[in-house]
Design a protein around this ligand. Structure first.
Ligand code: PEP
Ligand code: MN
Length: 270
């Protein structure tokens, strides 16, 4: 593959990213939490439930990239303060999306991992900015992007001096409309051939459907993903964003157990 250097598998076998006690890329991770941070009560309910179920990182958006300017845009600073507080209370590291270069440095004060969303994958100024921080970056695949384009975006981050990039396959746009996107699971083993960076799968945004999240999560484990990121809401019907694709905590708990059992089965086989 042309142009990629620092992220290429030719340079290194694999990258292991330490976040607290976690070693991403070495041990499977489960990231869970709501699409958006809505209130302290919501985060508290969700965080304890997902932790109990086995999640090891808490997610929640404070800046939401919404299709409509009239849709809920996120709580911003207020949301980050909630996320930080609940993360500390539960002992879970936290991840949130940054949308704007102007926010990168101060958002770093509140979170453990910065997320670059699909819509900003090729926002090169933003990539350079997060590349200058010392926070791990969760880089989602753009919905119209090839693997080469995606890896070049990771290259931008590493080129600024930040080696800690976690790739996330979150589905791409195809002619299919039944699912929100089409989960490209072949990206997982393909990225493993091409790069040393860890890759996780987002079965939530890729399918957009609660019923499809469990089977695709298990398929991602079999494909060799280093983790999953799953949206969970204590009351999906009232979620302020992505309510059709949020698992209830009880559903997440069942899935998390299946994922861990499957992971263990695969390790025993190997
Ligand atoms: C999200 O994780 O809430 C999100 C907006 O995801 P994506 O950028 O993959 O659409
Ligand atoms: Mn979402």
């Amino acid at each position: 593959m042309d142009n990629i250097k620092l992220v290429s598998r030719a340079t290194k076998e694999r990258t292991i990213i330490e976040v607290g006690e976690l070693k991403i890329g070495q041990k499977f991770i489960l990231i869970a939490g709501p699409c958006s941070i809505e209130s302290e009560e919501q985060m508290l309910k969700t965080a304890y439930a997902v932790k109990q179920a086995g999640a090891n990182i808490l997610r929640g958006g404070a800046f939401k990239p919404r299709t409509s300017p009239y849709a809920f845009q996120g709580l911003g600073l207020k949301g980050l303060k909630i996320l930080e507080k609940i993360g500390k209370e539960t002992g879970l590291p936290v991840v949130t999306e940054v949308l704007d270069t102007r926010d990168v440095s101060w958002v770093c004060e509140y979170v453990d991992i910065l997320q670059i969303g699909a819509r900003n994958m090729q926002n090169f100024s933003l990539l350079k900015e997060v590349g200058k921080t010392n926070k791990p970056v969760l880089l989602k695949r753009g919905m119209y992007s090839t693997l080469a384009e995606w890896l070049n975006c990771a290259e931008y981050i590493l080129n600024e001096g930040n080696p800690n990039v976690i790739l996330c396959e979150r589905g791409i746009r195809t002619f299919e409309t039944y699912t929100r996107n089409t989960l490209d699971l072949s990206a997982v083993p393909a990225i493993k051939e091409l790069s040393h960076l860890p890759i996780i799968v987002d079965p939530t945004h890729s399918t957009g459907k609660v019923s499809l999240i469990p089977p695709m999560s298990l398929a991602a484990v079999v494909a060799g993903a280093d983790g999953l990121i799953i949206e969970v809401h204590h009351n999906p019907a009232e979620a302020l964003s992505d309510k059709d694709q949020a698992l209830r905590p009880e559903e997440f708990a069942v899935l998390a157990q299946q994922v861990m059992n499957l992971k263990k089965y695969m390790e025993d086989l190997a």
